[in-house]
Design a binder for this molecule. Structure first.
Ligand code: G6P
Ligand code: MN
Length: 422
């Protein structure tokens, strides 16, 4: 079996290698075709992978490619994890909307819209070049828009990933004073806009409204990914658990003020740590038993992706939360919407489980996000400016047509080297 990794020079690669080691027995004999446009980072990561596999006696072979077609040829799984334009482009995604009083946000916001315009053409090219029947297992953001574009505009098979729910469920375990082992939440909705009304501990249903009534809102503790204080405050009003990204919808104006006061974008913060990070990883990659930094991706990110590939390949029928075609799983969204939902993942792909309607207090919001995502996907595929403007006007963060126009014009100009469709 062959797995292509597109974006193998990514800082997330050490976590992917750890994920592969975790399932080394189940994937024994697999060829990993590593591809990246950055030959230097690709070299570091392939050496790291080879040495980590050798140290643990894992039976993987690793090939290294800067030509896409050779990496894709014969691959049954194409794992995609890249960012066109890199973090410099992310800085623009985050800062252009903020100039106009809108949270940029690299996935959920208008920043994510600009990223979709860059990501989608690359994914469409991969879908066209990949072997017929190959599965694209996609982490490239915004994963829902990218997955929608590939699913509706190509014949390729794609499954969209996000590991946010794993860390979010752990945060809720801590907030609610529950063990995180054995805690399972039914997160449903759209990527980075999911909600959980049902929570189980070791298979036993918990009384979520009762737990939330007793919850005390903690102070502080926010990280770039999670804000327990705001999440607790929201959940007590909503009566169910919100995804951490809901902060940008329900605290939008406060976040604008905070980002302005902070002065640097998240992209700039990461750019500042990356040279040291790659240096550490490069030094480890030369050791006989490398132990690379966990600063990017942590543990679950890579393991989750590899578990999804195993579930597909070994026909495990495992229950996993993934982004796939709705097919009626969520009653409040179109049948062909790409939704994030618990699904049974086996050889023929994810089979989403019936989850009923979205909770009333966020139903309209989630449907509005879906309308935006569909327009964003169409704009990213066609390069039609009018559709692009409609997408930004439909985005819940953007409250004025002229603001939408400014973000679009500046975004298209700033990213023109990565927008062949415009
Ligand atoms: C979470 C989200 C990802 C996102 C990442 C950004 O993991 O689920 O979709 O890309 O955070 O993290 P970063 O460290 O790059 O800001
Ligand atoms: Mn995500």
């Amino acid at each position: 079996m062959k797995v292509a990794i597109v974006g193998a020079g990514s800082g997330y690669m050490p976590g992917i290698v750890r994920g592969l080691l975790h399932r080394a027995d189940d994937l024994a004999g697999t060829e990993l075709a590593c591809y990246d446009i950055d030959a230097v980072h690709l070299d570091v990561m392939t050496r790291l992978a080879r040495n980590m596999f050798a140290a643990r006696g894992a039976a993987f072979t690793v090939s290294s490619h800067t030509a896409l077609k050779a990496a894709l040829d014969g691959a049954s799984y194409v794992f995609t994890t890249f960012r066109p334009g890199g973090l410099a482009a992310r800085h623009l995604d985050e800062s252009i909307p903020l100039k106009h009083g809108v949270v940029g946000q690299e996935t959920a916001g208008p920043g994510g819209f600009l990223m979709a315009l860059r990501s989608v053409p690359v994914l469409l090219d991969i879908a066209e070049k990949a072997d017929a029947g190959a599965w694209i297992v996609n982490y490239t953001n915004p994963t829902n828009v990218v997955t929608d574009a590939v699913a509706r505009h190509t014949g390729a098979r794609i499954i969209g990933l996000c590991d946010q729910f794993i860390g979010d469920t752990e945060m809720w375990a801590e907030l609610l004073g529950l063990p995180s082992d054995g805690l399972e939440a039914d997160w449903i909705g759209l990527n980075h806009a999911t909600w959980a009304q049902r929570l189980r501990l070791d298979g036993r249903e918990l009384d979520v409204p009762l737990l939330l009534d007793d919850l005390e809102v903690p102070g502080g503790g926010a990280t770039p990914w999670r804000d327990p204080s705001r999440m607790a405050e929201l959940a007590k009003t909503l009566g169910f658990l919100p995804n951490s990204y809901s902060k940008y919808y329900f605290f939008h104006d406060e976040v604008v003020a905070e980002l302005r006061a902070k002065g640097t974008t998240r992209a700039q913060d990461i750019l500042a740590m990356l040279p040291g990070y790659y240096e550490q990883v490069a030094a480890e990659s030369r050791k006989a038993d490398p132990d690379p930094s966990r600063e990017r991706g942590g543990g679950e990110h890579g393991e989750f992706a590899v578990d999804v590939i195993c579930a597909l390949h070994r026909d495990e029928g495992r229950r996993m939360i993934v982004n796939t075609r709705n097919n009626g799983a969520i009653a409040s969204l179109d049948a062909d919407a790409i939704v994030e939902v618990p699904a049974l993942v086996g050889r023929s792909g994810p089979v989403p489980l019936t989850m009923g309607p979205l909770p009333g207090p966020v139903r309209g919001l989630t449907q509005a996000i879906h309308a935006y995502e569909r327009l964003a996907s169409d704009a990213a595929v066609t390069g039609d400016r009018r559709t692009a403007l409609q997408a930004l006007m439909a985005h819940p963060f953007v409250r004025s047509k002229h603001t939408a126009e400014r973000i679009l014009d500046e975004g298209l100009a700033a990213h023109q080297d990565h927008l062949p469709q415009f």
